[in-house]
Design a protein around this ligand. Structure first.
Ligand SMILES: Nc1ncnc2c1ncn2[C@@H]1O[C@H](COP(=O)(O)OP(=O)(O)O)[C@@H](O)[C@H]1O
Ligand SMILES: [Mg+2]
Length: 275
């Protein structure tokens, strides 16, 4: 395949240029201004990784209740690791994660979901193909005391999303890509979380389904007041959706601004928006 090599930045080019951006990251005051008067999620100086490997080096994050944030940056920058750390999948070497004034730094994932109102959606989280749509939703309530509670929650979800209700008795494997993504998101809603951690919602979807998924997320934020932290490879879509955008480079915050400002920023455009 012939490519216009003049206009194509290699992965190394992007990483090198992005690391220049990272030299002078935003201050905590900058982040506080963006988060507004009602911060709900506050990450302070987070060092985290896997095993002995440190991936995040002093990451800060502040988000207001009902706000949405999209993390962008090069592959391997540690974007998913930020979500993993909030949910409790990483080893935390230092720093603090506060949610609604409570220190949740060392809370394990099940407790995050059951007691702290945080849900993690997607990337390595997929539907059970041979179970029905309905059974998949019930699985989302596996931490509930009584199975009836999960069933009630599933009914609420069917009321909200008729297109899932129509297929409630069918195995999940017959769903289209977009419907499957909707089911993945809905399954996380069974526990009525306040904070949604969403990793690459558009990955692997046809364009028409990508718009659908962003509409669903917009509705969850605007109508249901969910607070959303998202990672999105499709940086343009992610920043159009989100109130705030952070650029993460090599495990550090390089930039933070409103989604619109980042969309218009020339360096961000050149490095991450493909033009
Ligand atoms: N579960 C894991 N175990 C060990 N290393 C991991 C794991 N997940 C990610 N990593 C490593 O952490 C680094 C950052 O990955 P990740 O957070 O997925 O980046 P991004 O989402 O920005 O592409 C990469 O070097 C990756 O190989
Ligand atoms: Mg990732």
């Amino acid at each position: 395949m012939k490519q216009d090599t003049d206009n194509i930045l290699s992965v190394d080019d992007v990483a090198r240029e992005a690391s220049h951006l990272a030299r002078q990251g935003p201050s905590r005051d900058d982040l506080a201004r963006l988060a507004g008067a009602n911060p709900v999620l506050d990450i302070n100086g987070l060092y985290a990784g896997y095993g002995k490997m440190k991936i995040l080096h002093g990451v800060d994050l502040q988000l207001g209740a009902g706000q949405s944030l999209c993390l962008i940056g090069p592959n391997g920058a540690g974007k998913s690791t930020v979500l993993h750390s909030i949910y409790g999948f990483t080893r935390i070497f230092g720093g603090r994660i506060n949610l609604a004034g409570r220190d949740i730094t060392n809370l394990p994932p099940n407790a995050k979901l059951r007691d702290a109102g945080v849900a993690y959606i997607l990337q390595d989280n997929s539907v059970f193909p041979d179970m029905t749509v309905e059974e998949n939703l019930w699985m989302g309530g596996y931490l509930m005391k009584h199975p009836d509670q999960a069933k009630e929650a599933a009914e609420r979800i069917f009321t909200k999303y008729p297109r899932l209700a129509q297929r409630r008795g069918r195995p999940a494997k017959v769903l289209s890509g977009g419907e499957r993504r909707l089911l993945e998101i809905s399954r996380a809603l069974v526990m009525s979380p306040e904070v949604l951690l969403v990793d690459e919602p558009s990955i692997g979807l046809e364009p028409r389904f990508i718009d659908m998924v962003f509409e669903i997320l917009t509705d969850l934020q605007k109508s249901d007041g969910k607070t959303i932290v998202m990672v999105e490879q499709n940086a343009k879509k992610g920043l159009q959706f989100a109130d705030l955008g952070y650029v993460l480079v090599a495990g550090q915050l390089a930039m933070a601004a409103s989604g619109d400002e980042l969309l218009d920023h020339p360096d961000v455009g050149r490095l991450f928006l493909g033009g």
